[in-house]
Design a protein around this ligand. Structure first.
Ligand SMILES: CC(C)=CCC/C(C)=C/CC/C(C)=C/CC/C(C)=C/CC/C(C)=C/CC/C(C)=C/CC/C(C)=C/COP(=O)(O)OP(=O)(O)O
Ligand SMILES: O=P(O)(O)OC[C@@H](O)CO
Ligand SMILES: [Mg+2]
Length: 232
């Protein structure tokens, strides 16, 4: 299944613990894909452990690269974030240039999917780590989305509210300004109601922390997305 058809994905954090039983229920939930990624304490050991365990199931699995020290072959896709609202070029393109200098000869570009991130929760780890300018006006957030699609021609624009539920009205305005770029929404989806609300707007919703905090509610987000229809 192509990423462009994904409506729902679970994001598993290699720095956190999940039992075999819970992992099986996540992988067999009907989600369209599993993303392995997080901001800190991401080790190759943690990534490999999760990859091996998720591979027992047929669900597609993507590695979201956040550190060059924790990349492994064996994933279906590699998601490469570039933080469009970072105030440092490091997170926008410098790390990428270094990676290409060192490993360019072995990169299978057709497996790489660039994600233009716009991080909007000022207190999340990713915002702090990447020095993201989260004080954007609505107009500026929309301009970042248009930049992603029309200037950089990125396949994915990711509205990242990690740890906090975002503003559906703003997400809808962004969606209405995108023609071809896929809109990922992630942040604070802790059950079916929020999942249905955001899935009716964004192309793909990502559910992360609630897998670890409210497991049963997190699982219900899959059915909520499948039954949701665009209402905006
Ligand atoms: C063998 C093989 C397949 C080789 C691959 C070849 C190769 C080397 C490819 C690399 C290509 C390339 C250009 C890579 C870029 C390298 C790189 C390090 C880029 C930087 C990426 C970046 C901007 C990371 C910033 C962090 C970020 C935006 C993470 C996103 C994930 C996120 C927000 C997770 C939520 O975090 P969490 O930890 O859960 O936080 P909470 O506590 O708030 O929940
Ligand atoms: O952890 P939550 O808040 O669900 O966010 C999901 C994802 O967007 C994190 O990168
Ligand atoms: Mg998290």
């Amino acid at each position: 299944m192509e990423i462009s058809s994904w409506r729902h994905a679970f994001k598993l954090d290699p720095a956190k613990t999940i039992s075999d039983e819970s992992l099986e229920r996540v992988c067999e939930s009907g989600t369209d894909g599993i993303i392995i990624g997080g901001t800190d304490d991401i080790t190759l050991e943690g990534v490999l452990d999760l990859l091996m365990r998720v591979r027992r199931f047929t669900v597609p699995v993507a590695l979201e690269i956040s550190s060059m020290d924790a990349i492994s072959p064996g994933f279906d896709y590699y998601f490469i974030p570039t933080v469009l609202n970072s105030s440092s070029t490091k997170w926008m393109k410098d790390l990428h240039v270094s990676a290409i200098k060192e490993f360019g000869h072995m990169i299978q570009w057709h497996e790489m999917i660039m994600e233009g991130y716009c991080i909007l929760n000022p207190s999340c780890k990713a915002a702090i780590a990447t020095e993201a300018d989260t004080s954007l006006t609505e107009e500026e957030v929309i301009a970042h989305a248009v930049l992603a699609e029309k200037v950089f021609r990125l396949p994915v624009f990711y509205m990242e509210y990690s740890g906090m539920y975002g503003d559906p009205v703003l997400v809808n305005k962004v969606k209405r300004n995108l023609d071809t770029t896929q809109l990922f929404y992630g942040g604070g989806i802790d059950g079916p109601d929020k999942a249905a609300e955001m899935a009716a707007i964004a192309d793909t919703i990502i559910v992360g922390n609630s897998i670890y905090d409210q497991f049963e509610e997190a699982l219900k987000t899959v059915a909520a997305v499948k039954n949701s229809h665009a209402t905006y």
